[in-house]
Design a protein around this ligand. Structure first.
Ligand code: TTP
Length: 630
């Protein structure tokens, strides 16, 4: 259920940036001959030409849709280019798309707090940058407003096409505007400049929404695509929400939205205005009721998180129709492959970013023989995550068996699995210092099998690493959704983007800047390739993304026994803090899996006599670090 959060006192400027037909653009950069051509990226499974997962805007013009398969797309648009998604381990390999997304994130993060929300979308908190611009170089003081900003779509502004740019320029430069609108105008100019930089440096176009909160920015970023931006002034919010179908809002796509429609007769967000906060609370509980009351008024206190790295890592694959898995051996074969990739990715995250994942979750879709239409779902199962491919494989199989047991409800009947995914979540940074390593060892890495909990009632975050794709999925996470190249941390120090940040206010007016679409010529891409090869372009590898709530649940010790827990969402039993560790408790296999510097540190504990600094702290690890929950 969504949660109402307190609103900030000060007006904010928030942008949601979403790449246009992202996988297609990545393929077009790889093969510039595809630029401007009807193109789609298709899944690995080539049944009926493969399922389309990304469709260029040229192809959309011919009526090609993501729901089609390649053969159908060819019938609708005979000239379409179908590019198969890269493949590894018999499934889609999204590394290229993740690292391409990271290049964009590195640029966008130069102007303010940046939250990578999925493989191709980002939230930015531009409040400080907008305030600074308003102080130093307000729009009405600029000699010229860049073309890209002047092409903004401002909700509520006259949409007379012939006058649009003139009206937008006038709106951006109004000296009598209220403070909130002035900040938004600055935000619109900053976002336009960022989008131009993204295009110049990566050759990718993106669209954006600019508003006073995340909810509104997200709702409008896709309203005018491709390569455009939309601004939501305060005065336009009620009109906008009054016609917005409830299901368009991310959190209302499921049961809550259906209940609003069928139980309260609410069709649009604006319809919610006719219900008091008390009535909504009575129906949906205090918090969700208040949240609904607020969204009806365009109010959302959700903060942009400072996070460039994924919140989880997930790997999955679907097995449609005749490919469904019908026995434990075939499930184990696939689970082993998914777990191997997951293990590589979390290990890479640990090595490069010093981050530990704490929870392993298995999701599956299943049906029982002769019961194809049953509503019973395969319950998702979680347990503390133990590092090491073999352990993850072992635990995932146990999670599967536990889920299958519940799913079958003791019936001995045939079953088939049509999708499998494993996710590593609850990822936290290891603070520098040894106490964090202690937590790492006592938590996710015990050699004992972990407690299993039922996570079926935890709503799946649509932006998690595991994105719903037709045949296979493997999100970066996705939902940040890794081999070593994939996940290098994005350091603002490393990137020229940071220099830009320092000087950001000096260049607010991009004099004579032309429309983003002009950059899409092949000549330009050749120029960019040259710049790239000359080392002029920032193209850091980075994370994938996901957006599972980053809760402060930091201390999940592994348990000695496998316990089936059906009270979903509960912490595995025994996550107590009164836990003591002696050096004998450290699994040597775990130590070998750690990054070299951490291994050295642990060796310091294990053989304190050889490491005077370690010895100073005591002879058993527990004497250094009292149990603490962080
Ligand atoms: P989206 O942002 O949903 O779509 P898009 O970028 O292709 O197009 P748009 O311009 O309309 O935003 O998805 C981002 C990428 O994620 C997309 O290019 C391919 C991948 N993807 C899948 O693999 N499977 C899916 O079901 C979806 C929705 C996306």
């Amino acid at each position: 259920m969504p949660v109402a959060r307190p609103e900030p006192q000060e007006p904010r400027v928030i942008a949601h940036v979403d790449m246009d037909c992202f996988y297609v653009q990545v393929e077009q950069r790889r093969n510039p001959a595809l630029r401007g051509q009807p193109t789609a990226v298709v899944q690995y499974n080539d049944w009926k030409g493969g399922g389309l997962i990304a469709v260029s805007y040229e192809a959309r013009g011919f009526g090609v849709k993501r729901s089609m398969r390649g053969d159908e797309a060819k019938r609708v648009c005979p000239g379409i280019n179908l590019v198969q998604v890269p493949v590894a381990r018999g499934k889609a390999d999204l590394n290229l798309y993740r690292s391409s997304g990271s290049e964009v994130v590195a640029i966008l993060a130069s102007k303010g707090k940046c939250e990578r929300a999925s493989i191709d979308e980002v939230y930015l908190d531009l409040t400080e940058a907008a305030k600074e611009m308003l102080l130093q170089a307000p729009p009405d003081s600029l000699e010229e407003i860049c073309m890209e900003a002047a092409k903004s779509n401002i909700l509520g502004l006259s949409s007379d096409a012939s006058e649009k740019e003139k009206n937008v320029r006038a709106w951006l430069c109004r000296s009598d505007a209220d403070y909130q609108d002035k900040l938004l105008a600055c935000g619109a100019i900053i976002v336009a400049q960022l989008r131009i930089r993204v295009l110049e440096e990566t050759q990718f176009t993106c669209s954006a929404g600019i508003a006073h909160n995340k909810m509104l920015a997200k709702l409008v970023s896709g309203m005018h695509k491709p390569a455009q931006q939309t601004v939501v002034p305060l005065s336009s919010i009620q009109d906008f929400l009054s016609s917005l179908p409830v299901k368009k809002m991310k959190q209302l796509g499921g049961k809550l939205g259906s209940s609003l429609q069928y139980d309260l007769g609410v069709e649009t967000i604006g319809d919610l205005l006719s219900f008091s906060e008390e009535k909504l609370q009575e129906q949906y509980g205090a918090n969700t009721g208040t949240w609904l009351w607020k969204i009806a008024r365009g109010i959302s206190g959700e903060e942009v998180e400072d996070r460039l790295l994924p919140k989880s890592h997930g790997c999955g694959k679907t097995f449609p129709g005749p490919r469904a898995l019908k026995n434990n051996t075939s499930v184990k074969g696939w689970l082993d492959q998914l777990c191997e990739e997951l293990s590589e990715r979390i290990q890479s995250d640990l090595n490069q970013n010093k981050r530990i994942a704490q929870t392993l979750t298995l999701h599956a879709r299943a049906s029982k023989k002769n019961e194809r239409d049953s509503m019973k779902k395969f319950p998702s199962k979680s347990c503390p995550l133990r590092y090491g491919t073999g352990k993850i494989q072992e635990d995932a199989m146990k999670l599967f068996e536990s889920g299958l047991h519940d799913f079958l409800e003791s019936q001995s009947t045939g079953w088939s699995i049509t999708s499998l995914s494993v996710t590593a979540s609850k990822i936290f940074d290891i603070p520098s210092g040894t106490s964090s390593i202690l937590r790492y060892i006592k938590g996710p890495n015990s050699s004992a099998p972990p407690a299993i909990s039922d996570s079926s009632s935890v709503p799946e975050d649509p932006s998690l690493d595991v994105t719903p794709i037709h045949e296979e999925q493997c999100e970066p996470s996705t939902s940040e959704k890794e081999d070593n190249n994939r996940y290098s941390a994005i350091s603002t120090k490393q990137c020229p983007a940071n220099e830009e940040k320092k000087n950001s206010m000096k260049s607010t007016g991009v004099k004579g800047a032309s429309s983003i679409l002009k950059f899409l010529s092949r000549d330009h891409s050749a120029h960019q390739e040259k710049r790239r090869s000359d080392g002029l372009i920032c193209s850091h590898q980075g994370p994938g993304s996901s957006s599972e709530a980053n809760e402060a649940e930091r201390n999940v010790p592994a348990q000695a026994a496998v316990v089936d827990r059906s009270n979903s969402g509960a912490e595995p039993s025994g996550s107590s803090n009164t836990w003591m560790l002696n050096v004998e408790d450290i699994d040597p296999a775990v130590v070998e899996e750690l990054p070299p510097e951490i291994q050295r540190e642990i060796q310091g504990w294990i053989r304190p006599s050889k490491h005077p600094t370690a010895k100073r702290r005591g002879s058993t690890i527990s004497s250094y670090f009292p149990p603490a929950r962080s």
